[in-house]
Write a protein that binds this ligand. Structure first.
Ligand code: CMP
Ligand code: MG
Length: 414
């Protein structure tokens, strides 16, 4: 077999005594031993110290690949050897996608290994802090402190629910034609006593990569349904509520049961409950199709959130039955200057209608955008032009003003 063949298979064949790499080399691959054996050794004053002899199935060279530094030891084939290469791209994406705390722990563990090998060679005095902070290229201290902060934040979040630090805000969704409020999107805020307002973009992913997403998700549902009951009691109106469902929540079997139970408890018709899912969730979660079907069968409504930020795959519109599509703010913001944006918006709106979906345009900030969208046939919108996310009390006032028609449509916002 020629070398090109092995390269395509990402394999390398070595003769006995042939180097895989030498200590200090830069490292672009890790290796899995398919056949043969490999000796890992370090050299000190021309003396060879064997660290390990690895057999088929073992992996080596992972250290340089993960932490981006040079090879910590040398590797040489002992017999005829076949290796499978693991590329940087293969590991890099996975490391980036990993839970941030897990990622930091990995780097910490690797740094200990590096320190140990330095200590073994006795070339420099091991100094943990110096090693961790010394090399600006691979400076681990900021990463570690970030990880430690995330761990701290995680335990704070645990108490935040009990201590009432989470607050649910409601952003009105209006009919573009007559500016009447048709529903609200429930949005979570965390007012931490020590950190101030923590953006959901920080704490939601943190909740998602721990089991905290379950109590946070349930808290949102309970609050939102209770608010809807309150809204009806005060105004007599029955708007819908949109609730964002995170990827991880779909994997939680108790969620649908909880939704049913709480809807009953607060007397909310299930068709007034819209569950918002991101396109990314459809891509990432194998459980999404079954989960969506279950929700539909139970009578909940489904919304495809932020359409336009991900792959905007028309295949998803075809394959999954959504009731509503949310047109992402990035389209809305470009409406005026960008003719392409207008064409795309118009096409998405028409397509949605043909597929029996309503469209909600997100992030409307200007009257002209609202007008353009209405002209294109978009029925609903939300954005700062109408209202920011607001407390329940303000939302009720806003709703009362906007039940009366367009002349009162610029009510107070928070
Ligand atoms: P890397 O530093 O990329 O290249 C040398 C490899 O040798 C290293 O990754 C590990 O896979 C392996 N290695 C380093 N130190 C030891 C050790 N003490 N025992 C066994 N294998 C080691
Ligand atoms: Mg949303």
């Amino acid at each position: 077999m020629n070398s090109l063949y092995y390269e395509r298979l990402r394999q390398r064949r070595l003769k006995p005594g042939e180097w895989v790499f030498q200590e200090g080399d830069p490292g672009d691959y890790a290796y899995i031993i398919d056949q043969g054996s490999v000796e890992i050794f370090t050299t000190l004053e021309d003396q060879r110290y064997v660290l390990s002899v690895l057999e088929p199935g073992a992996i080596f060279g992972e250290l340089a690949l993960v932490d981006g530094r040079n090879r910590s030891a040398s590797a040489v084939a002992c017999t005829d050897t076949l290796l499978t290469l693991v590329t940087r791209e293969q590991v890099e994406q996975r490391i980036e996608a990993a839970d941030p705390i897990l990622r930091m722990l990995l780097f910490v563990v690797l740094s200990y290994l590096r320190i140990e090998s330095t200590r073994f060679r006795g070339r420099s005095k091991p100094d943990f802090v110096k090693q961790l902070g010394g090399d600006p290229e691979t400076n681990l201290l900021p990463r570690i402190s970030q990880a430690v902060d995330l761990i701290r934040m995680e335990s704070e979040l645990q108490h935040a629910i009990e201590d009432g630090e989470l607050k649910l805000l409601y952003q009105p969704i209006l009919s573009l034609k007559d500016q009447k409020v048709v529903g609200f999107e429930a949005l979570t805020r965390w007012y931490s006593p020590s950190r101030g307002l923590v953006p959901p973009s920080i704490f939601m992913p943190l909740a998602e990569c721990t089991s905290l997403i379950v109590p946070v998700g349930e808290w949102v549902v309970e609050q939102a349904f209770r608010a809807l009951q309150q809204i009806e009691k005060v105004t007599g109106d029955r708007p819908f509520i949109s609730i964002n469902i995170a990827n991880r929540q779909i994997e939680e079997p108790s969620l649908t049961g909880y939704l049913v139970e709480q809807a009953e408890r607060y007397g909310i018709e299930r068709d007034r409950i819209k569950l918002e899912i991101l396109e990314r969730t459809l891509m990432d979660s194998e459980l999404a199709p079954r989960w969506m079907e279950e929700c539909r069968n139970l009578g909940f409504r489904l919304t495809l959130d932020d359409f336009g930020t991900g792959y905007s795959s028309l295949g998803y519109l075809n394959r999954y039955q959504f009731d509503t599509l949310k047109l992402d703010r990035s389209f809305v913001q470009e409406l005026e200057e960008n003719a392409n944006s207008r064409s795309i918006c118009k096409a998405i709106i028409d397509l949605s209608h043909n597929l029996g979906m309503t469209v909600v345009a997100e992030g409307i900030e200007m009257e002209t955008q609202s007008q353009l969208l209405a002209d294109m046939g978009c029925s609903y919108g939300q954005g700062y032009l109408y209202a920011k996310p607001m407390s329940l009390g303000t939302a009720i006032e806003f709703l009362q003003e906007h039940l009366m028609g367009p002349e009162n449509s610029r009510g107070s916002v928070e």
